[in-house]
Design a protein around this ligand. Structure first.
Ligand code: HEM
Length: 266
């Protein structure tokens, strides 16, 4: 199964152009959801006003080279390794899900646009990347959802309590999981079977929820977080520190109490 391009087999019943249109509609939904979110929350307006205000407190004028270096370091380290999540399982689970999703989406786009006709020959790498990406997303997403999310980890809520904030992670897991099951059932190629069609429909519905639900879910954090990380590091490099006071020159003395329990009450 892992060597099969599921979209190439699908083209026997659904034309490639329909798959390509679906993918373009999903991208359009993400853009629309994010723009509406930005207008509603006014977060980007606040972000730029704050950055403009902070610039006045800059103690150093950064050159183009210095800015490029700060941005490159932020992209590689802060964003590429989600350093914000510190060391530990929270970060590993996020990296699994994040890179899994990137691989899954990238290979889906390549296979749908370049190799989705039944006559095309797909290079082996793409179906492998698609299946591995989906497995990584399911593993990272489930690890986060069952064990690490704040309600379960810190607030002792049962894992089966579902709230609106779970929309993103659950839709993400669902797309990858239904995609994998659909690919497997389609690969079995049993005649007169209907079950692969059921999972194809579930795969389509979960994609509609994931990409159509951007306004209501945490989807857009994948754009906001990198923007905020770049701004924070630029503000540190130019001395403006986002209008925050300079660090204290006293040693960090918080008393012994702080060592009693690792912080986990958010
Ligand atoms: C393809 C890109 C990404 C995917 C698929 C992804 C996926 C996820 C998921 C599923 C969650 C859990 C959401 C929830 O609370 O229910 C999450 C949380 C989070 N993400 Fe991402 N993410 C991506 C990109 C990023 C980037 C680029 C950053 C930072 C630079 C980032 C930082 C975070 C943080 C700080 C959390 C909160 C984690 C926690 O509560 O433990 N993510 N992400």
């Amino acid at each position: 199964m892992i060597f099969n391009n599921p979209f190439s087999l699908l083209s026997e019943i659904i034309p490639s152009i329909a798959m390509q249109t679906f993918l373009i509609v999903m991208v359009a939904l993400v853009v629309l959801g994010t723009v509406v979110d930005i207008i509603h929350k006014k977060n980007v307006k606040y972000f730029f006003e704050n950055a403009k205000k902070a610039k006045q407190n800059a103690t150093k004028q950064l050159g183009v080279g210095e800015k490029a270096s700060v941005i490159a370091k932020t992209v590689i380290y802060d964003i590429g390794t989600t350093s914000e999540l510190g060391a530990g399982k929270r970060r590993i689970a996020h990296l699994l899900g994040m890179y899994g999703t990137i691989l899954f989406w990238l290979s889906s786009a390549i296979m749908i646009f370049c190799y989705s006709s039944s006559s095309s020959i797909t290079p082996l790498a793409w179906p492998i990347i698609w299946h591995v990406g989906a497995i990584m997303t399911v593993l990272g997403g489930c690890w986060f959802w069952f064990f690490l999310r704040v309600d379960v980890y810190s607030e002792a809520q049962p894992w089966y309590r579902i709230i609106k904030a779970d929309l993103f992670v659950l839709a993400l897991i669902a797309t990858s999981l239904f995609g994998l099951i659909w690919s497997y059932l389609q690969y079995l190629n049993l005649s007169n079977r209907w079950d692969d069609k059921v999972f194809l429909v579930l795969y389509i519905i979960s994609n509609l929820i994931l990409f159509g639900g951007v306004y209501w879910s945490k989807f857009a954090h994948m754009f906001y977080k990198p923007g905020a990380a770049i701004q924070k590091n630029l503000a540190e490099a130019d001395g403006s520190r986002d209008n925050l006071p300079p660090p204290a020159d006293k040693p960090e003395q918080f008393g012994l109490g702080i060592k009693r329990e690792a912080p986990k009450h958010y």
